[in-house]
Design a protein around this ligand. Structure first.
Ligand code: KG4
Ligand code: ZN
Length: 351
């Protein structure tokens, strides 16, 4: 089966052709046009600019993805598109493209939740390799950490989600980005903070770990962000001290994420922990979770996405689309609509 994936929920235009052979996926092509350099000038994503840039590259991107995969449009079996959550202006470009293709080619269409897509990044192989996903990974716990979301989700089976914890204020990625800004680093801040942190001492400054000991599975990161800001206001920071600030902040954020995930694992009997979302690229989070799970829950398999599929991409959308297609969970092109607030596990507003 050949699945065409389309992702335009924020500031990356991505088109992928994913092939499902009898037991694994092959990414036949993966086109990705990032708008990061443009939005960096404004310090954040400008929705109108994002939509215009998606429009400019989506068709050339589609052509490039088909060419690289050595297929033509009629070869596609299923079209999978991100229908939400995200920026409405951005989402619409992908959704309208997918609807038009589904109508003109008479192909089935799958509406994929962007967060669900992130989970399925774990099913994607590294170049020229098969992925390791256990035959029966469910029930699983998902830790979704992106620029807009921080959630703990129980995954009972493909497509069956229950939210059991989430941030009460800022998302983890958002806080990494704000700390990056405070430290005068590049945009988005997450990768720069984690890079800088490699040279710093994580115990140099004791930043707070909000809600670490609260009995629920929710998160809060606003207090941590504020405390980094106060620290920077109160101290004259030499460039040589910035790595310590980055490393100490990162240690606090990772500590909270690991602790809450362990608490969820203690409460819920699962076979697998699935890390997902842009922040899953963070090496401290990856190694911290791996070590904690190996020590405290050695029977639980730990999945983390390959680095190239941690942040937004269409291959993960195609992978999620495949599992819906197996169950014939298609959406009519006539009724498909973008839903910027689509919560994982809930039926779409528009459906
Ligand atoms: O999933 P994603 O690409 O977009 C959303 O759906 O939001 O996540 C982007 C977020 C940004 O906040 C970015 O700074 C963060 O993921 N991120 C990282 C790293 N790489 C990306 N945060 C921490 N460490 C990283 N290495
Ligand atoms: Zn994302």
């Amino acid at each position: 089966m050949l699945i065409l994936g389309i992702e335009t929920s924020c500031d990356e235009t991505s088109i992928a052709v994913l092939e499902r052979t009898h037991d694994h996926f092959v990414v036949r092509s993966h086109f990705l046009a990032s708008q990061v350099k443009t939005h960096a000038k404004y310090g954040g994503v400008v929705p109108e600019v994002a939509a215009r840039m998606h429009l400019e590259v989506i068709l050339p991107g589609l052509r490039a993805a088909l060419k690289q995969a050595r297929i033509s449009l009629p070869d596609v079996d299923v079209i999978a598109v991100t229908a939400g959550p995200g920026l409405i202006t951005s989402l619409l470009v992908g959704v309208e493209t997918a609807r038009t293709l589904a109508w003109s080619l008479n192909k089935p269409l799958v509406a994929v939740n962007h967060l669900e897509g992130h989970l399925y990044a774990n099913w994607l192989p590294e170049k020229n390799r098969k992925t390791f996903v256990p035959q029966q990974p469910f029930p699983a716990l998902g830790l979704l950490v992106s620029g807009g979301h921080t959630e703990l989700v129980l995954v009972r089976n493909h497509g069956q989600y229950r939210l059991i914890g989430q941030t009460r204020d800022d998302a983890a990625g958002e806080v990494f980005d704000k700390v990056g800004k405070l430290l005068g680093l590049g945009y988005p801040g997450g990768p720069f903070v984690s890079q800088l942190a490699k040279r710093g001492n994580p115990t140099a400054i004791r930043f707070p770990r909000p809600m670490l000991n609260s009995p629920n599975l929710d998160f809060s990161f606003a207090g941590l962000k504020t405390s980094v800001r106060y620290f920077l206001d109160r101290h004259i920071i030499q460039p040589g001290n910035k790595p310590d600030v980055a490393a100490s902040f990162q240690a606090a954020a990772v500590d909270v994420l690991v602790h809450k995930t362990l608490r969820a694992l203690k409460r819920h009997n699962v076979r697998t922990l699935i890390l997902a979302g842009g922040v899953s690229a963070n090496s401290e989070l990856r190694s911290g979770l791996a070590a904690a799970v190996a020590k405290r829950h050695p029977g639980v398999a730990f999945l983390k996405p390959n680095l190239e599929y941690c942040t937004d991409n269409a291959a993960m959308i195609a992978a999620a689309g495949y599992f819906h297609a197996l169950k014939k969970e298609f959406t009519d092109w006539k009724t498909l609509d973008a839903d910027p607030d689509w919560e994982l596990g809930k039926l779409r507003e528009s459906s």
